[in-house]
Design a protein around this ligand. Structure first.
Ligand SMILES: N[C@@H](CCC(=O)N[C@@H](CS)C(=O)NCC(=O)O)C(=O)O
Length: 225
């Protein structure tokens, strides 16, 4: 069976994406959690990841003697391995769109990434509002995401029809909009609710809520209680 190496569900947005794809499409895999250390550059996180993946990051997928690292490459590999499951949409226009928006997420949105780090169990509404006021570039990132989401084929559906890799790529943003309580449109909220009801995302969030590890360098806005 394949192994997917991930880090803490509360914090690791890159781990979340291929994990959701594996779960949503019922692909059997073993989850191997390598938790972040409490302080940066301490503990065994780096050496434990390097023992599997010379790139030193999670997620990493291991299938016998094959290593696939990087969230998007893992999803592409899974799509190739399970063509009958349609991890990308079947329709060519929707498939192109799904690939483009996934690539856009994979390589873009630095302001959201840096200022609104994923933190599923936190309620950072006050900090969210403050950052929203201060950073025009942050508002621009969110506006672009709302535009992408608003172009989905059906208001009560997923980004490119049925649930696909594209939705997994935007799932961490769904949790961030919630954590930081951002002032988004009704149409965006409908997509967030659709996603939050998906069994795979619910399972990841429940897993995150069960974790109690506190990672200081991923908690710039709160102090440990
Ligand atoms: N572009 C990579 C990003 C992977 C990444 O940055 N992973 C983070 C965890 S969410 C990590 O392993 N950080 C540990 C480190 O950089 O030391 C991907 O898509 O997989």
């Amino acid at each position: 069976m394949m192994q997917l190496y991930i880090a803490n569900k509360n914090y690791s947005s890159w781990s979340m994406r291929p994990w959701l794809v594996l779960k949503a499409f019922n692909i059997p895999f073993e989850e191997v959690m390598i938790p972040f250390a409490k302080e940066r550059n301490t503990g065994t996180f780096k050496q434990d990841v390097l023992a599997v993946n010379p790139n030193g990051k999670v997620p990493a997928l291991v299938n016998n003697d094959l290593l696939v690292w990087d969230s998007l490459a893992i999803c592409e590999y899974l799509a190739e391995q399970y063509p009958e499951k349609s991890l990308w949409p079947i329709d060519v226009k929707l498939r192109v769109r799904a690939r483009c928006i996934s690539a856009e997420m994979h390589s873009g949105f630095p302001n959201i990434r840096n200022l609104y780090g994923m933190n599923i169990r936190a309620n950072l509404a006050e900090k969210g509002a403050e950052l929203w006021q201060e950073h025009e570039a942050l508002r621009a990132d969110v506006a672009r995401i709302e535009q992408i989401w608003s172009e989905r084929p059906h208001v009560d559906g997923f980004l490119c029809g049925d649930f696909s890799i594209a939705d997994a790529f935007y799932a961490p943003v769904v949790t961030r909009l919630k954590t930081y309580a951002l002032p988004v449109s009704e149409k965006t909220q409908i997509y967030m609710n659709t996603m939050l009801q998906h069994p795979a995302l619910k399972e990841w969030i429940n897993g995150a809520l069960l974790e109690d590890a506190w990672v200081n360098y991923l908690e710039p806005y709160q102090t440990e209680k």
